[in-house]
Write a protein that binds this ligand. Structure first.
Ligand SMILES: CC1=C(CCC(=O)O)c2cc3nc(cc4[nH]c(cc5[nH]c(cc1n2)c(C)c5CCC(=O)O)c(CCC(=O)O)c4C)C(CCC(=O)O)=C3C
Ligand SMILES: [Fe+2]
Length: 384
């Protein structure tokens, strides 16, 4: 029998994700949910709808999350962690509010939340905290006593995320034709966001100016460097690398992080780079941004150029990632009990904060966000 792990004060874990359509009829309402009030050009939406229709209107993200739920439950059971795991989404069923309502009915009062975004940014962090605030407010309006929700820290530098990615890059290098393998460049890729959002990502102390990218870019560079260094140590070959971006939306006159992966492939080819491994460092599963924007669009661009490319695996439901989630949860539980837990992190930035401070990844127009120092409630009051 494994030793019992102590999850107190938590009585449940909530996996909080983006959600995606599960059939052709879901695509348009899903996109309406995603883009409500976010000023995305109609043309871009039509185009993105086509990406989903190409895959039968089914995003891979929900299946990926179901696999992760299975992996988490298995890991918890094997390690004596007796904690139920729930799943709720921002943009599609199971919707966050419905899941939280079920959790309250099941008697849960103190909930740890793992978002499927590993990095700081408005879209990947604060927007999930806004979704939690909206859900808690909705439950209160229904006459329920809202539970307390705590969002687990950013995990972009956790070994349980980075080690599977390192293995993925090694496998993708091995899959390249031998004559171009040693000369291959690594293109670490993540979701582009407006440079204004990048500059204000992370805590106020991490904000930057003039498109330097704030915590969002700094965290991706840190993760990429760990992976590139490990790959060099394992192969004995120093593969040049760069952080690039994908999946840009928004109006063309608003600056977003660049270069785009497809432009990068063109430039690399023009520079005589013999091959590229695309490393989706910004994503934790093979969802649509990976399956369409990389495996379909960027792969077609590479084929047109005659540039050999491979794409390395995301962490998905890797048991090492499930173990990392257990580690993050037990770490936070210990901290909430007043202990000083060891916090696993690779790279130069170290383990990030538990509680987002005021001004972390601000929204364009301020809205209530739970699970941070600016959320009215026991946490903010205790620290005030
Ligand atoms: C930083 C970031 C992540 C990574 C962190 C995280 O994982 O959360 C992410 C993930 C995802 N983004 C996704 C899908 C979409 N994102 C969109 C639009 C946008 N994303 C943005 C940023 C991010 N997005 C931004 C700044 C916009 C512009 C509108 C706005 O300011 O909000 C749109 C609208 C159409 C378009 O313009 O592309 C769609 C359909 C899916 C689901 C994929 C699937 O279905 O498998 C996932 C996991
Ligand atoms: Fe997105």
């Amino acid at each position: 029998m494994p030793e019992q792990c102590d999850p107190r004060p938590y009585d449940a874990l909530l996996l909080l994700s983006f959600g995606g359509p599960e059939g052709p009829d879901d695509v348009v309402p899903f996109l309406e949910n995603v883009t409500r009030g976010r000023g995305i050009p109609r043309e871009r939406l039509k185009e993105v709808g086509q990406h989903y229709f190409l895959f039968g209107g089914v995003s891979p993200i929900n299946a990926q999350n179901r696999e992760l739920l299975d992996a988490l439950r298995e890991d918890f059971a094997e390690n004596g962690l007796d904690l139920p795991v729930y799943w709720g989404n921002r943009n599609w069923a199971p919707y966050l509010t419905d899941t939280l309502r079920t959790m309250v009915h099941d008697g849960h009062r103190r909930i740890a939340v793992l978002a499927t975004s590993a990095y700081a940014s408005y879209s990947g962090c604060r927007q999930y905290r806004e979704n939690l605030a909206d859900a808690l407010t909705a439950l209160k309006a229904e006459g329920l006593e809202p539970p307390r929700v705590d969002k687990l820290r950013h995990y972009f530098n956790h070994p349980g995320l980075l080690r599977p990615m390192i293995d993925g890059v090694l496998a993708s290098l091995a899959a390249l034709p031998a004559p171009v393998r040693d000369g291959a460049h690594l293109a670490f890729t993540t979701h582009s966001i407006p440079t204004a959002a990048a500059d204000t990502s992370g805590t106020p102390a991490e904000h930057t100016q003039d498109g330097a990218g704030g915590a969002y870019v700094a965290q991706h560079l840190d993760a990429a460097r760990v992976i590139a260094d490990a790959v060099r140590d394992r192969t004995g070959v120093d593969h040049p690398w760069r952080l690039v971006y994908q999946s840009r939306s928004g109006a063309p006159h608003i600056p977003w992080l660049e270069p785009d992966i497809c432009d990068h492939l063109e430039a690399a080819h023009a520079d005589g780079v013999p091959a590229v491994v695309m490393v989706p460092v910004g994503f934790v599963s093979d969802h649509m941004e990976v399956k369409y924007d990389l495996d379909t669009e960027a792969a077609a661009k590479a084929a047109e150029l005659g540039l050999p490319v491979t794409r390395s695996a995301t962490v998905g439901a890797d048991p090492r990632f499930a173990a990392a989630v257990r580690d993050l949860l037990l770490e936070r539980a210990a901290a909430e009990r007043g202990a000083t837990p060891q916090r696993c992190a690779l790279g130069a930035l170290g383990a990030g904060h538990d509680l987002c401070p005021v001004g972390c990844c601000p929204a364009r127009s301020p809205r209530p966000a739970a699970a941070g120092a600016d959320w009215p409630g026991p946490v903010a009051e205790a620290r005030a």
